[in-house]
Ligand binder design. Structure first.
Ligand code: THU
Length: 141
């Protein structure tokens, strides 16, 4: 895969951030990611009068990835209203792990880092598979 254009990705995230719906917190977030087929997917936070229903920018991004045909996330960034890079929240790190795995590169205020650093010892699909295999072996006569 060609070199990642982080500046272009951040610009896409800033653009998405301008469309955030954040009337309750007043904290707009925009996210953008490069997909392994070259596509760029975006998302912004969408809040709700029932505060807990709020969708983070990453939720919209992952929804767009899957609805657009799926694929693996290669590089991810999210920004605040100043356009500055922020860290994805804990729940969204888990969300990103599922669709990018250990190699996904994440933009952080301290530079880019792989998901293995952003979400160490992550729980993921593999944990489900090993238990499924355990049951299958147990069921064998
Ligand atoms: N938010 C995101 O969209 N992504 C994150 O990773 C951190 C938090 C949103 C949720 C809420 O609308 C606002 O930021 C303040 O928490």
């Amino acid at each position: 895969m060609a070199k990642i254009d982080w500046d272009a990705l951040r610009e896409r995230a800033r653009d998405a951030m301008t469309r955030a719906y954040a009337p309750y917190s007043g904290y707009s977030v925009g996210a953008a990611a490069l997909v392994d087929d070259g596509r760029v997917v975006e998302g912004c936070n969408v809040e709700n009068a029932a505060y807990g229903v709020t969708l983070c920018a990453e939720c919209g991004l992952v929804s767009s990835l899957v609805a657009g045909g799926g694929g693996r996330l290669v590089a991810f960034t999210c920004v605040d209203a100043r356009g500055a890079t922020i860290m994805p929240c804990g729940r969204c790190r888990q969300l990103l792990w599922e669709h990018g795995g250990p190699e996904l590169l994440v933009d952080t205020p301290r530079g880019t880092a792989p998901m293995t650093e952003v979400l160490p010892q992550a729980f993921g699909p593999h944990d489900l598979e090993v238990v499924e295999e355990f049951y299958e072996e147990e069921a064998q006569p």
